[in-house]
Design a binder for this molecule. Structure first.
Ligand SMILES: Nc1nc2c(c(=O)[nH]1)N[C@H]1C(S)=C(S)[C@@H](COP(=O)(O)OP(=O)(O)OC[C@H]3O[C@@H](n4cnc5c(=O)[nH]c(N)nc54)[C@H](O)[C@@H]3O)O[C@H]1N2
Ligand SMILES: Nc1nc2c(c(=O)[nH]1)N[C@H]1C(S)=C(S)[C@@H](COP(=O)(O)OP(=O)(O)OC[C@H]3O[C@@H](n4cnc5c(=O)[nH]c(N)nc54)[C@H](O)[C@@H]3O)O[C@H]1N2
Ligand code: SF4
Ligand SMILES: [Mo]
Length: 914
């Protein structure tokens, strides 16, 4: 058995993992105790990594025009068609759309090929949907895209403000670190600013449930309040920043009384003032912000409104202080470093950076090749697709992202992709939605196979190390890019034998003509020249390190701007005058509800990887719509009922979850579901393509939708043995379907027919469409309810329940029956009963999963709480829930609170009765 230290491929926390491989199979994955991001902790997604691997479902062969070919033909086709397109339509007719899930080496090679040698500026990345506003905000304030803080700052702060971040679900290990820090230091306070009450609120001393999009108004108000209450750090401002008066004047264009700000943000005035007071009176404040800030048509201004307050209070460049934009994808930061955004060139140089085009040209020049760089920036993601629609761009290479799901107005994006003359796709999974539009499919290696580096949210570069050989003919992304480059005649500039050689070149470029004095002409803060001398062994052994890494800081840099000097020509930071604006997408009579979107705890993006682990499907199994109880009542909706949302460019079907966590007039949908897992639950179509004017980031949190109940004639749950290969005809027969892989079987949640229709003859339907003979049948003709199961040679082949899924038990017992080689036949009365019930009636039904690590259900937890286990520790001791990754602790706490409230009400009622 070999044990290898590598990095988790999911979120931007960038946890170190130790992976054990025996006989070509990845076994347990543990947290790396020596990695400074997580010190041994992992969340449930990280610890389930081994369950998501395997050749099944992978792309293993290149395809050209639907035909499997060998690599030579595929690479020739890519190179031939790209150069033919450029020959006929000009250099700028080809484009690339990349992703923060590529490794730095892949990203660097792609950027160099497109911008340097194909000479097109149109290379953008899905980070446009994620980090672009944060990047633009930092650049405006500091003169460079530089995150000043690190994770320890969360532990050293006196106040942590979480704005538009559901840290508990999306950066769970960091949330655990914050919780632990709070336990150690009772004076550490946490404020959560989010329109939705999330699990993150579990750590909050103060919660502000703001009106969506009102963050800039809130932080402008804070700036004005600090000034009015003499809380500005005048000394810091005089020495280290400029722009205060303009920023204050802009803030004062609105009424800056607490009451007026509170009314605009729709929060309680007293709570708001408490927040202002806490922020102003502490020096060690970290404001951590994420997509609730970035994904807005005023995202850049929101970022600067936050940064303004930090500069104005001198709360930056110190341990435990600073404006901290947290990254989402594992290598969102690495993409920013190589220049993966269309407005960037390379290594933190933009097109307009004086001398940059010439400098990068000279750097990329080889003995016989001169690159031909574009003169200016290219199209940002949303504009890029507009340019394809106009026919200006005729060839697009998509790597490691699913734009037909994740871009706004995604149905239009799909039409554009379908009409684009050449779409090349590099992906590792066979079910990625983007493949439907690919003329050329290139099978890429995936996390367990790849070698390279990623940079996490705190600028820490870590190695990802290959553990297994790629399946079939899958190849590394950097290799594919270099092979294409070589066929295009640029081989000399892409002659790398190993990703380490790409990394070293990237490190050299970062230090190329980059003076150590960061105020000098041409200096860039991003400088990892200290790693440019790594040989293969040094690269392989590279320990996690934070940039800058150079002669002045050979061991890396924990914090930036500690000397108060910023990356602007005069060294001063800039406060930016911000004029708050609401969301661009207008509400209307037909679309009266504000649409919010985001993530769930156990899924990653478009589910191509996490949905392979059945235990990750249990927490939220179906696409849903969270609705405030009053809105549900107004729309005639009950909990668990199916409903339809209708938005700017499409609709979305999901199951209603009535949630007090929602504000009135606002609904929330998960971003994850796509064509493989549900028929009409792609949320991307609901959003219009409004973008931030500075960063080009789409407004993915503030859509406008109408909500209507679905009234199907029937609902059914169908479970099939995993190895049955019958056509899922039921998908086309249903108005709603959701697909939920289980360990040994596949579950389909279905709804169809009209309310008024005659009931379906399910027996005839089962005989026609399902494998094996219907052997069990229990039907209540009056109510239309039915339970049935089919067998073949003693093996359970399918199980069907017609009726509301609210009646479903937890399905683990049933799923295990699908694994049995032969059930005792004839079935005993007892087994018949249990099969019809779908659960082992002898054993209490555990209810929906709360703890994914130990598969502990809600009902079991509630029973334990009622039995007296009324804190998290006691529950953990009894049921093991919450004892591994800790991601479910907020949910455990809210169950404990709910039960206490419930008991309280019962007591009160009992008192009344007395
Ligand atoms: N489990 C899981 N973890 C992930 C991911 C995943 O897919 N699954 N993806 C990763 C990636 S790429 C990213 S970018 C991060 C994202 O991490 P987060 O930014 O934490 O994730 P989201 O759920 O998209 O949105 C955060 C919150 O913004 C709130 N919000 C909406 N509008 C506003 C507003 O106007 N103001 C404020 N203050 N808040 C608002 C939403 O209610 C939501 O709770 O997560 C990373 N981690
Ligand atoms: N409305 C709304 N829209 C959103 C968001 C939101 O909150 N709301 N969030 C936005 C954000 S922050 C993000 S980051 C995006 C994410 O959205 P996407 O980037 O579209 O989502 P993923 O599912 O991560 O897509 C990654 C693809 O790359 C493949 N892949 C994984 N690893 C590799 C690799 O090493 N090489 C190659 N070649 N392929 C690989 C996967 O199989 C998958 O198909 O969505 C954005 N869209
Ligand atoms: S918090 Fe979870 S998903 Fe994020 S890097 Fe760590 S283990 Fe991976
Ligand atoms: Mo993201």
């Amino acid at each position: 058995m070999t044990r290898t230290a590598t990095t988790c491929p999911y979120c931007g926390v960038g946890c170190g993992v130790i992976a054990s491989v025996a006989e070509g199979t990845l076994g347990a994955v543990e947290g790396d105790r020596d990695h400074p991001a997580n010190f041994g902790r992992l969340c449930v997604k990280g610890s389930a990594l081994a369950e998501t691997l395997g050749e099944h479902g992978r792309l293993t062969r290149p395809r050209v025009d639907g035909v499997e070919v060998d690599w030579d033909d595929a690479l020739d086709a890519v190179a031939g068609r790209l150069s033919a397109t450029q020959a006929e339509h000009g250099r700028e007719s080809v484009a690339a759309y990349l992703s923060g899930q590529l490794l730095t080496e892949d990203y660097y090679a792609a950027n160099k090929l497109f911008k340097g040698f194909l000479g097109t500026p149109h290379l953008d990345t899905n980070s446009r949907l994620c980090m672009a506003s944060a990047v633009a905000g930092y650049k405006r304030a500091f003169g460079a895209d530089a995150v000043p803080c690190n994770y320890e700052d969360l532990e050293e702060a006196e106040l942590v403000v979480l704005v538009g971040s559901n840290l508990a679900w999306n950066h769970p290990v960091l949330f655990q670190r914050l919780r632990t820090a709070k336990q150690r230091n009772p004076l550490l306070r946490v404020v959560v600013i989010d329109p939705r009450v999330t699990d993150t609120c579990e750590a909050a001393d103060l919660y502000l449930g703001v009106r969506p999009g009102s963050d800039a108004r809130l932080f402008n108000g804070l700036l004005a309040w600090m000034d009015a209450n003499h809380r500005l750090d005048r000394r810091y401002l005089e020495r280290h920043a400029q722009g205060l008066e303009e920023a204050l004047a802009a803030a004062r264009e609105d009424d800056c009384s607490i009451e007026a700000i509170a009314a605009d943000c729709d929060v309680d005035a007293e709570r708001l003032e408490t927040f202002f007071y806490w922020f102003a009176s502490q020096l060690h404040v970290v404001t951590l912000y994420s997509q609730g800030v970035n994904q807005s048509s005023s995202g850049t201004d929101k970022c600067n409104a936050i940064i303004n307050c930090h500069l104005a209070g001198g709360k930056i460049g110190l341990p435990g202080a600073g404006p901290f934009s947290i990254t989402g994808q594992p290598n969102a930061m690495g993409g920013r470093e190589v220049g993966g955004l269309a407005n960037q060139l390379a290594a933190h140089m933009d097109y307009h950076t004086p001398g940059a085009i010439d400098r990068v040209t000279r750097f990329w020049t080889t003995a016989s090749l001169t690159p031909s760089l574009p003169a200016g920036p290219g199209h940002k993601a949303v504009e890029l697709f507009d340019a394809i629609e106009r026919g200006e761009i005729r060839a697009l290479w998509v790597m490691a992202t699913n734009p037909g799901v994740s871009l706004p107005d995604a149905n239009r994006v799909r039409r554009i992709l379908a009409a684009c003359p050449l779409v090349i796709v590099s992906d590792c999974m066979a079910n990625a939605d983007i493949l439907q539009y690919a003329d050329i499919v290139l099978p890429a290696s995936s996390w367990a196979e790849k070698d390279g580096t990623v940079t996490n949210s705190e600028r820490r570069i870590s190695r990802q190390r290959g553990l297994l050989p790629p399946p079939g003919e899958a190849r590394h992304d950097w290799w594919i890019i270099c092979q294409v480059a070589s066929r295009l005649g640029f081989g000399e500039a892409f002659d790398y034998a190993h990703p380490g050689e790409v990394f070293v070149e990237h490190a050299r470029l970062s230090g190329f003509e980059n003076p150590l004095d960061k105020q000098a002409e041409g200096a860039r803060l991003f400088d990892i020249s200290g790693l440019a001398g790594l040989d293969r062994a040094g690269y392989d052994a590279l320990a996690p390190i934070q940039w800058p890494v150079n002669a002045a800081a050979p061991e890396g840099t924990a914090r930036l701007f500690t000397d108060g000097r910023f990356a602007t020509p005069d060294g001063l930071a800039r406060l930016i005058a911000v004029r708050p604006r609401g969301p661009e997408q207008a509400l209307s009579a037909a679309r009266p509800l504000r649409l919010n979107s985001g993530r769930v705890r156990d899924q990653w993006h478009t589910m191509t990887r996490t949905a392979r682990a059945p235990r990750l499907m249990n927490h939220r199994s179906e696409p849903f719509i969270e609705v405030h109880p009053d809105d549900a009542a107004q729309h005639g909706l009950a909990d668990q009922q199916l409903a339809r949302l209708e938005g700017a460019g499409g609709d979305y079907f999901g199951r209603v979850r009535i949630a007090h966590a929602q504000r009135r007039g606002e609904v929330f949908v998960p971003m994850h579901w796509n064509d493989s897992f549900s028929g009409r639950a792609r949320m991307g179509g609901l959003f219009a393509g409004h973008t931030d004017p500075v960063s080009g980031q789409p407004e993915s949190k503030h859509g406008a939708v109408g909500l209507t109940p679905l009234a199907p004639g029937w609902e059914a749950t169908l479970i099939l043995a995993a190895d049955s290969d019958c056509e899922p005809v039921w998908r086309d027969e249903s108005i709603y379907w959701a697909y939920i892989p289980l360990a040994n079987s596949r579950r389909w949640q279905l709804a169809g027919g009209e309310e008024t229709e005659a009931p379906r003859d399910w027996l005839a339907w089962a005989k026609a469409n399902l494998p094996g003979e219907p052997a069990l049948w229990a039907e209540d003709v009056g109510s239309g309810r039915l339970r049935a199961a089919g067998f073949d040679s003693g093996r359970l082949r399918w199980w069907l329940m017609v009726g509301s899924p609210a009646e479903l038990p937890a399905l683990n017992w049933l799923d295990e029956r699908f694994a049995e080689a032969a059930l005792d036949t004839p079935l005993s009365g007892d087994l018949r009963r249990r099969l019809l019930a779908g659960c082992d009636t002898g054993e209490a039904d555990a209810g929906p999963t709360v703890c994914s690590c130990h598969q502990v259900g809600r009902k079991a937890i509630v029973a334990a709480i009622r039995g007296g286990d009324d804190d998290v520790e006691a529950l953990g001791a009894r049921l093991a829930c919450g004892t591994q990754c800790g991601s479910c602790i907020p949910e455990l706490k809210s169950l404990i609170e709910e039960e206490a409230a419930h008991a309280g009400t019962e007591q009160a009622l009992a008192h009344e009765a007395v």
